[in-house]
Design a protein around this ligand. Structure first.
Ligand SMILES: [Zn+2]
Length: 392
């Protein structure tokens, strides 16, 4: 296996529809892939209708490009129906131009021009991006816009430093005053790269499952969005803002959305800040934190258990093959070995899991998931999707 592919590991998870969902066709799943771009972002959503949404494109260079292409291949993606650029930083737009050479992109979404338009790398990227939207439809997102990502209800809640103030209809807890605003402490943001403030982000509903992705939104903008009233309500799954850096992740935001599960797209030495962990650890109702990497800043005191970190990167010049890495992972509990390798298997595993028991297994039986399940245990679902059984 070549070096470029050597760490092509994704954190894949499947979430299931609920019976009462109007938009969720029976037997289909929403699949989400958090692709490891070493402290960048690239997240693939495949809707229950088969549409695809790629949020950001990691860093430039073969490493992230190949990882993203591999995930697209594993997921059977032939085209990217929607490409959502959260903001104009190299760890988010990096591989976009090269991806587009290999996979057709049908629609672009972004927050409008970069606020850092005088930086040479941004000038260069924006020129290349402008060539894209000569031929590819482009939407400059406004808060409240609905993304036509079929099979889900996906709403932009933040863009270009403008928050959505109208509560999301029928969202649990949306529109209520946020008592945490009174305790909010402003941060010195003079060292923050300003386009982070302008990140475009959304909330996605699939049945009663809700997830939020706000790119690298910053501490002050989280406050703008969530105060004095919370327009979002609560969510099941939270991709930590800004890789878990302490420039983001204000308690007034995190504790108000009350995620059940957090996923941190940190690098070993990027994000994963102690303050971010502490905020998550004290967040009401949080059941688990998944990380794309061990965080040296977090140390043993704060990092999630090893089984919740798909890659703990060894010293930077040491590479493990993905096959070897898989062998290092604990064996799944109560799961046939073949059920944790790919997305389609992940999907089948969740759909068929009532038939997937292995006799004599330890730990408690995972919660049965089926189309009739009301998705009451998203954290256990994540574990099952990763093939680890239910450890929470
Ligand atoms: Zn970033």
């Amino acid at each position: 296996m070549g070096r470029a592919l050597s760490l092509s590991i994704m954190l894949a998870m499947c979430v299931l529809p609920i019976a009462a969902s109007a938009q969720a066709p029976s037997g289909k799943t929403l699949d989400i892939y958090y692709i490891d771009t070493e402290g960048g972002q690239s997240t693939l959503f495949v809707s229950p209708t088969g549409q695809t949404l790629l949020v950001d494109a990691g860093n430039s260079g073969e490493r992230d490009l190949n990882r993203i292409l591999e995930v697209l291949k594993v997921a059977g993606v032939k085209q990217i129906d929607h490409f959502w650029l959260t903001h104009y930083h190299g760890d988010h737009y990096g591989s976009l131009i090269d991806i587009a050479k290999q996979v057709p992109i049908k629609h672009l979404y972004d927050h409008g021009p970069s606020i850092e338009g005088d930086r040479p790398n941004i000038i260069k990227f924006q020129a290349a991006y402008a060539e894209f939207y000569k031929t590819i439809p482009r939407t400059i997102v406004k808060p409240g816009d609905t993304l036509p990502f079929t099979g889900t209800d996906t709403t932009a809640v933040m863009s270009d430093s403008v928050p959505m103030k109208t509560p999301i209809a029928q969202a649990p807890g949306a529109g209520r005053p946020n008592p945490l605003c009174a305790e909010h402490k402003p941060l010195d943001e003079s060292k923050v790269d300003p386009d982070n403030h302008h990140s475009a982000g959304f909330v996605m509903n699939y049945g009663r499952f809700r997830t939020i992705d706000l790119g690298d939104l910053t501490w002050s903008r989280e406050f703008m969005l969530m105060c004095p009233n919370n327009p979002i309500g609560t969510v099941d799954l939270y991709l930590t803002n800004h890789h878990g850096l302490d420039q983001s992740g204000a308690p007034a935001f995190v504790h108000a959305i009350q995620p059940r599960v957090a996923i941190m797209n940190n690098g070993t030495r990027k994000g994963g800040a102690v303050q971010t962990f502490q905020t998550l650890e004290t967040s009401p109702g949080l059941e688990g934190i998944w990380q794309l990497h061990w965080s040296y800043a977090g140390g043993v005191e704060h990092n999630a258990p090893g089984v919740m970190i798909p890659i703990s990167t060894p010293p930077t010049n040491w590479r493990l093959s993905s096959a070897a890495l898989r062998r290092r992972l604990p064996e799944p509990v109560g799961w046939p070995r073949t059920r944790r390798r790919t997305t389609s298997r992940c999907r089948r595993a969740l759909m068929d899991r009532s038939r997937s028991r292995t006799p004599g297994t330890a730990i408690r039986e995972p919660t049965p998931l089926s189309r009739k399940h009301d998705f009451s245990d998203v954290a256990a679902g994540l574990h099952q999707a990763m093939g680890f059984g239910s450890l929470l």
